[in-house]
Design a protein around this ligand. Structure first.
Ligand SMILES: [Zn+2]
Length: 378
């Protein structure tokens, strides 16, 4: 929620106060101090344990890849990927579905909106096969923004004085411009969750083996009730659902369901609303576009979590959310790296303009917090 708000800043402190005093009518869900105390332990469990750092670099960056990167030749390839990888669903999302005119190499076929990067790897320490499976944390140390991204290439040339090249989309999401400082970390722990099924390696024999080793299809978590919201539209033809946006209702279940059913005011909605007891309500079909994250609605699924600005997720709610996210990732083939907090969603028209999803996923309002929760729970 909270795409509403310019007023959000005003609204927020107001909402906080009542909750402590546990006062009146407006936000009935705050009858819940009892539920809150146990949750405050939660952040501890959300932060992944000590991670073995396998690669870390900090220094200047630039951007690369995609059709507009004239610094790459039309047939330039990538150190970590071969054309056969285009058949592999674990990797193919990094590339444009068809080669841009005149482009034969993979470098300029990269989808510049996806999150990838290049560093000068030492393949003895971080072998290519490991890097292909790795998920790195890429941070802007100046503003604290962070995102997960995939290594795709070796570079930049040492003569540039830079340590990394990022995709244009990743750089934009982190608020980085050429020669800003970036920090990149790959840890053993973070690499594990993205390890693809071994058989999905893109070759023909792998294709045959794939069905065997692919994880069994997950069942969709039970939806307690479909409460239809009128505030939705058809997705544009050909739009791929490629991200999940996490929200905090900053209000009660009842108020969220009511607001999303009104079409005479802000006309907002979300695909799902998860109550603090873990009940999942659906309000918009996945196939349709909900109005939850202005600028990034077209390819996203929005999940609201009932809570106040200072709440953590309640344990059953966290479990329900993780189960729903797992199912959505599989159902729509969404990369794990594309799970964002509202304020940090690429394309969101007012980054930094909302406090949503507040402290639900950890003590700090940051994408790094969301990513850590995802790594630990999903
Ligand atoms: Zn929100």
């Amino acid at each position: 929620m909270a795409q509403k708000r310019k007023p959000s800043k005003k609204k927020k402190p107001a909402a906080k106060r009542p909750q402590r005093k546990k006062p009146a009518a407006r936000r009935p869900q705050h009858k819940k101090p009892a539920a809150k105390r146990p949750q405050s332990k939660k952040p501890a469990t959300k932060i992944p344990p000590v991670e073995e750092i396998l690669f870390r670099v900090e220094g200047k960056m630039s951007t690369f890849g995609g059709p507009k990167d004239t610094g790459m030749s039309t047939d330039e390839g990538l150190a970590l990927f071969a054309p056969t990888d285009l058949q592999n669903p674990k990797y193919s999302y990094l590339f444009l579905p068809t080669p841009p005119p005149g482009i034969t190499g993979l470098g300029r076929r990269l989808n510049p909106d996806k999150y990838y990067f290049a560093c000068r790897w030492n393949y003895n320490d971080t072998p290519k096969e490991f890097l292909k499976r790795a998920l790195a944390r890429v941070e802007n140390p100046l503003n604290g923004r962070a995102a997960d991204a995939r290594p795709v290439d070796w570079g930049p040339n040492i003569a540039t004085g830079r340590v990394a090249d990022l995709s244009p989309g990743l750089a934009a999401a982190l608020g980085l411009e050429t020669d800003d400082v970036v920090r990149i970390t790959i840890s053993a722990l973070r690499a594990i969750p993205v390890k693809p099924g071994k058989a999905v390696k893109g070759s023909k024999e792998a294709k045959q083996a794939a069905p065997v080793s692919r994880p069994a299809a997950l069942a969709k978590p039970v939806v307690k009730q479909f409460v239809r919201s009128p505030n939705c539209s058809c997705r544009q033809v050909g739009t791929k659902i490629d991200k999940i946006v996490l929200h905090c209702t900053e209000g009660s279940l009842a108020s969220a369901l009511a607001e999303f059913q009104q079409n005479d005011s802000r006309k907002v909605s979300a695909h799902y609303v998860i109550d603090r007891n873990g009940d999942i309500y659906q309000m918009v079909n996945d196939a349709d576009c909900a109005n939850h994250c202005m600028g990034a609605n077209h390819g996203s699924i929005g999940i609201e979590h009932v809570g106040s600005e200072t709440d953590s997720l309640a344990p059953p709610q966290a479990a329900a959310s993780a189960a729903l996210i797992r199912w959505l990732l599989q159902e729509h083939q969404i990369p794990r790296t594309n799970i964002f907090g509202h304020d940090f969603t690429p394309g969101y028209c007012r980054p930094g303009g909302t406090s949503c999803p507040d402290k639900l996923f950890g003590p700090v309002h940051s994408q790094a917090t969301i990513a850590a929760w995802v790594a630990a729970n999903v």
